[in-house]
Design a protein around this ligand. Structure first.
Ligand SMILES: [Zn+2]
Length: 440
């Protein structure tokens, strides 16, 4: 008797599950029904399925979509805008440009651009911190990305012009705002920018509010030594101690960066069940330092990978981030320290756990939401395949991703968006950024 499914991905050369046993299957098929993975089995065992659509994956590797656990998508409009500077110089350059262009419509436009780049690169989920999150979310959902965002908090009014009480009011309405926009499921997040832009009193307010709304927390922590020194001089604490003492770590909290965490900081964060988004490309480019990827994992911290914004990392390429993370493990230790499974998990299943979605996405398992990507293996640089994990981390690149599904919906087909007109988007972006010529 036949059984109906929405999509059958047939005969994958490799199916990289990233399940609990990190199984990699050969010549397997996977079916999707109602946005979720309904079957995973050798192709011959799924002959009875009656599929609305079929994808022939004979020459493909199928893997979970990548999870970018720290980025600022709208900053894709500032790609290449701040070069040859450290974090402080970077912020000065970027804040001037943001002041000139980042109204709500432009935040939405920049996020459409970033979201499309992410999807074309095999990234299906981003944790995105930026101004005007309602507008950014509309842009990302339009393009089809699973886009985690949230209200952001600064002590000062900032570019969005919001006073503190207005930020709190926005946060109270946040769940309704997200529900009205729709899109793939995301958890609720509140995003205070950092312990150097938000006072301990304000961070405590955010923590209290987040507890009420069962929100997760995302903020920048210990990105540079200068940040640690600044926070130490103000409060005689590390940024992590500030997070702990203001109640943020009572909630699920994921740090952006965590480059300069002490052993004690790591213990505090691990004890709280917290997570870090490791952003090696951005950290190297800005000379911020090298986060201790393996040590953080060994201490019990959940570690995901991120690109950071395009103004510091220049792209949203998670394959490049995986490779850089692996290279840094070898460089700071020995090549035998590189655990490819660990790198891939950080970009998928462990990244999902880090952003609070471990029960829904990040692996190819029956019952999980169908966020997955197809990589074309029939290319010289991906031949032969002696080691599938080494292929993913060291040889494959974002240009090899051909097809992408988010919650079962195909959003990229043969390297093209099914949701928006790419050329039109590029034209709109190039028109909008002309105003930056005046402040160059
Ligand atoms: Zn950042």
């Amino acid at each position: 008797m036949s059984e109906h499914v929405d999509l059958l991905i047939k005969h994958a050369k490799y199916l990289v599950t990233v399940n609990g046993d990190n199984e990699i299957f050969e010549n397997y098929s996977l079916a999707i029904t109602d946005g979720k993975i309904s079957h995973i089995a050798p192709t011959s065992e799924l002959a009875h399925l009656d599929a609305t659509q079929t994808f022939d994956a004979t020459n493909h590797l199928i893997s979970p979509g990548l999870i970018n656990s720290h980025t600022h998508l709208a900053m894709s409009l500032l790609r290449g805008w701040a070069e040859g500077v450290n974090l402080q110089g970077f912020l000065e350059r970027v804040w001037a440009a943001e002041g000139a262009i980042m109204d709500e419509a432009t935040c939405q436009l920049g996020t459409e651009l970033g979201a499309l780049e992410a999807l074309l690169s095999g990234t299906t989920t981003t944790l995105d911190m930026y101004l005007n999150p309602e507008a950014t979310h509309k842009g990302a959902v339009r393009v089809g990305l699973r886009h985690i965002c949230g209200p952001i908090f600064f002590d000062f009014p900032g570019l969005d012009g919001l006073e503190w009480h207005q930020r709190i009011e926005r946060a109270q309405e946040w769940s309704d705002v997200m529900a009205a926009i729709g899109g793939p499921y995301i958890p609720t997040y509140f995003m205070p920018h950092s312990t150097y832009t938000d006072s301990p009193e304000h961070l405590h307010d955010v923590a209290t509010l987040a507890a009420t709304f069962k929100a997760n927390i995302h903020l920048h922590v210990s990105e540079t030594q200068a940040e640690n020194d600044d926070v130490r001089s103000r409060y005689n604490k590390t940024p992590t101690e500030v997070c702990r003492d203001t109640g943020l770590l009572d909630l699920h909290t994921i740090y952006g960066h965590g480059v300069h965490l002490s052993d004690s900081d790591m213990q505090i964060l691990a004890h709280s069940g917290g997570a870090v988004a490791h952003c090696p490309g951005s950290n190297l480019k800005l000379g911020s330092g090298i986060a201790q990827f393996k040590k953080m994992i060994a201490s019990g911290i959940k570690v995901g990978l991120g690109t950071d914004g395009c103004s510091s990392s220049n792209d949203l390429d998670m394959f490049s981030v995986m490779r850089t993370a692996a290279h840094l493990v070898a460089y700071t230790g020995t090549p035998s320290d590189v655990n490819l499974t660990q790198i891939i998990r950080a970009a998928t299943a462990d990244g999902a756990t880090a952003v609070g979605l471990g029960d829904r996405i990040g692996s190819l398992e029956i019952g999980k939401e169908a966020d997955l990507i197809a990589i074309n293996l029939a290319q010289p640089h991906l031949t032969p395949v002696h080691n599938v994990e080494a292929l993913l981390v060291f040889a494959a690149g974002r240009g090899d991703v051909t097809d992408v599904w988010v919650a079962g919906k195909q959003v990229i087909r043969n390297k093209t968006s099914t949701q928006i007109d790419t050329q039109d988007l590029i034209t709109r972006v190039n028109t909008r950024i002309q105003v930056l010529e005046e402040i160059k």
